[in-house]
Design a protein around this ligand. Structure first.
Ligand code: NAP
Ligand code: SF4
Length: 676
């Protein structure tokens, strides 16, 4: 018996049984839009089924052309769609998991010219103004949902999930934020919920009783004129009556300006809203958002707050999450750090979804770690994430690997990231790699700086140079003064004054600014109540505020900060699509002054002299923190033409500092190790 008894308990639905309480939530991978990608999609889902997940929900498939998220998006409206989907359902069923196809009509969120909605009001996140659906169009759309579910059944799915949250079409009917109709589809909640209720009834009539209908309901809209909890409960009860088998939950519309999934959102932040709805219905309910580790998931179930837990990104990060939990190997889980960099940021750029910490995600047929038939002696120099990725993959394939790290610990740049407020999850990646280094038998030599002679003398035939980066120094008059610090010094705890200029507004400039806004602290997650106050989220699970929003309360920052860059583009424009706005909002709320088009002139005892808008200006600051990017450390690499005994390879920041990026570093390490 493991300590995760609730998580691993089967869920009996009468006509079928789900083998445990873990749902892999819907995540659009980009593979579902083209029939020729379905073998890859099947392999992606099969790996998760093999990993033990109870129930999988596919990425969103539209019931018709108007519902496309993007031009020619995945659609199911003909029997010709059946064979490709059969590949997916067959692959999942082989391993005893169940799978639902998500039906998603994007409504006004569609990034295409045929968009429709309850009312012709443009969304802030798509340039296309929707056409208002007429009574006739509404009825035919309901019929399209039913037909889509019927075809899904023929393709072997165990059921469908109707996407009714995150601000898509159904939400656009459910909430007055968009729905301004005066006919029987608009007005009070009884009318606004008519559209989803009729969809459920039409599907149930078509597919019969022995087919799962899951409905993903928005529990907290987080937009103005959003529903109250009383309205959410009315809808939940009506959906149950109409024939829903499972109620899934969604938090926040995509256009909401409150973060709901990024790494700074506390774990399980929204589960109390799920617990509230659970009291009013008798069908099983699924908790979602920022659940990434078994302890959190088990606690939700053990305390009766939900019947199942949904994770999408954590199962991209580790396909074997459930099996590792079931066999008491939780320390081996590759934890999703909620960075969004390779999943949602890719999805929003129409790129195939993958995972920063697991580059195999979405590439299961292409990045394969086969056992080697010719074991080699491999030296990996540098214990950052690039080096650890290369070392662990190479060792897992059967090579004899030694990892040399010059400092007293592995982790590299992640050791800086994990102390930034809201980035505490990054320590999980270091923990994961440390456990993998041990399990795969890598010989780790800390406090060991090596040169080529030593490596070759020890007989290494392959040397992977992952020596990383050093922070770029500022080269202006006075920049050697003691009040000029690198970001590395600051994040390691150097003393910083009350007034600060941060030079460089890349990811690290933003991180350092956030770090300096708060008093010195132990790196630990922000308490939920404080986070709710800061972002204006109503903490009352039975909230009466519209969309669950309240005026935010921002604590005074402990420092006055200038964030500076030379470029004239808006600051933070290069940050991740789905997380950059959160960082920009945080700094703005805390009064950080952001200046662009700045030239740095000199550091004096008075502060930092800059030229801005054609004028010399003195910023009277006590400390200047340099976040001006990095330079590669690659002394170990042989020069071109230089003869060596071993083969040398270079990866990560050592290879290219200009785009120092953990996603590329981990991927390069894994890809190289898969080839050796
Ligand atoms: P970066 O993104 O390259 O930003 C460094 C900034 O410093 C540049 O935007 C540049 O802006 C400025 N700069 C460059 N050379 C300079 C010089 N000689 N003097 C003064 N300013 C100079 O690098 P980073 O912030 O160190 O981040 C490194 C990588 O870490 C990023 O690429 C990102 O992938 C990752 N990261 C991301 C996040 C996130 O998304 N939240 C957080 C942390 C790290 P100007 O030339 O315009 O001044
Ligand atoms: Fe999680 Fe980041 Fe991987 Fe996305 S890319 S699944 S957020 S770790």
């Amino acid at each position: 018996m493991t300590s995760y008894a609730n998580l691993l308990k089967p869920l009996h639905l009468g006509f079928t049984t789900i083998k445990n309480r873990v749902v892999m939530g819907s995540m659009h991978t980009g593979l579902e839009d083209r029939f020729y990608n379905y073998p890859k999609l099947a392999a992606y889902f099969e790996e998760r089924a093999k990993g033990g997940v109870g129930l999988i929900v596919t990425g969103g498939i539209s019931p018709n052309r108007q519902g496309w998220l993007a031009p020619a998006g995945g659609t199911m409206n003909s029997l010709f769609d059946v064979p490709q989907h059969r590949l997916v359902t067959h692959a999942v069923h082989k391993h005893g998991s169940k799978i639902l196809m998500q039906i998603l009509h994007a409504g006004r969120y569609g990034y295409q010219p045929f968009v429709v909605s309850s009312t012709a009001i443009k969304s802030p996140i798509s340039p296309f103004k929707p056409r208002q659906l007429s009574e006739k169009n509404i009825l035919s759309t309901i019929e399209d949902y039913a037909q889509c579910a019927d075809i899904a059944k023929k393709a072997g799915y165990d059921g469908v999930e109707i996407m009714g949250s995150e601000g898509y079409l159904i939400n656009q009917f459910l909430s007055s934020h968009v729905n301004q109709r005066t006919d029987r589809w608009g007005g009070d909640i009884e009318n606004r919920m008519r559209f989803p209720v009729e969809i459920v009834k039409a599907i149930r009539a078509k597919v019969g009783e022995k087919f799962i209908i899951c409905f993903r309901l928005s529990l907290l809209d987080l937009v103005h004129d959003g529903n109250t909890m009383q309205e959410v409960v009315i809808v939940a009860k009506a959906l149950e009556k109409a024939g829903v088998t499972l109620l899934n939950t969604g938090i926040g519309w995509h256009e909401a300006r409150v973060p709901t999934i990024v790494t700074s959102v506390p774990r399980a932040a929204f589960v109390d809203y799920t617990a509230h709805v659970k009291q009013h219905i008798s069908i099983p309910i699924i908790a979602s958002n920022r659940i990434n580790m078994p302890e959190t998931a088990e606690e939700i179930l053990a305390t009766g707050k939900a019947d199942m837990v949904q994770m999408a990104r954590p199962l991209l990060a580790d396909a074997f999450w459930v099996n590792k939990t079931a066999t008491n190997r939780v320390d081996e889980i590759n934890t999703c750090i909620a960075c969004n960099q390779a999943c949602l940021d890719h999805a929003f750029k129409n790129k195939r979804v993958s995972c920063l910490v697991n580059p195999r995600a979405g590439h299961e047929t292409e990045l394969v770690y086969l056992k080697t038939k010719q074991p080699k002696r491999i030296a990996v120099v540098g214990g950052g994430v690039a080096g650890m990725s290369a070392a662990t993959v190479a060792a897992s394939r059967g090579h004899a690997v030694t990892l040399f790290e010059a400092t007293s610990d592995v982790g590299g740049q992640f050791n800086f990231a994990k102390v930034v407020p809201g980035k505490e999850e990054f320590h999980e990646t270091i923990r994961y790699f440390k456990v993998q280094l041990e399990k795969t038998g890598v010989d780790v030599r800390l406090n060991t700086r090596v040169n080529r002679e030593q490596l070759e003398r020890e007989g290494f035939g392959e040397v992977i140079v992952a020596t990383g980066v050093i922070p770029r120094a500022l080269k202006i008059e006075g920049s050697n003064a003691p009040q000029v610090l690198s970001y590395a010094q600051v994040l390691k705890g150097a003393e910083v004054g009350q007034k600060v200029a941060v030079i460089g507004a890349g990811g690290i400039g933003f991180d350092v600014s956030e770090f300096l806004l708060k008093p010195p602290h132990q790196p630990q997650p922000q308490p939920l109540a404080e986070w709710q106050r800061e972002w204006g989220v109503d903490p009352d699970p039975n909230y009466i505020s519209e969309g669950g929003m309240q005026p935010p309360v921002v604590e005074l920052p402990v420092r006055q900060i200038y964030l500076l860059q030379r470029k004239t583009t808006p600051l933070g424009i290069g940050l991740g699509k789905t997380s950059g706005w959160v960082h920009r909002a945080q700094l703005k709320k805390h009064g950080v002054r952001m200046l662009r088009g700045v030239q740095y002139k000199a550091v004096t005892d008075e502060g930092l002299w800059i030229e801005h808008n054609g004028q010399d200006q003195l910023l009277r600051v006590d400390t200047i923190v340099v976040c001006a990017g990095q330079e590669s450390v690659k002394d170990l690499m042989p020069k071109e033409g230089e003869s060596t005994i071993a083969n040398y390879y270079i990866i990560g920041g050592a290879k290219l500092a200009a785009e120092l990026d953990a996603k590329r570093a981990i991927k390069e390490g894994a890809e190289l190790a898969a080839r050796l």
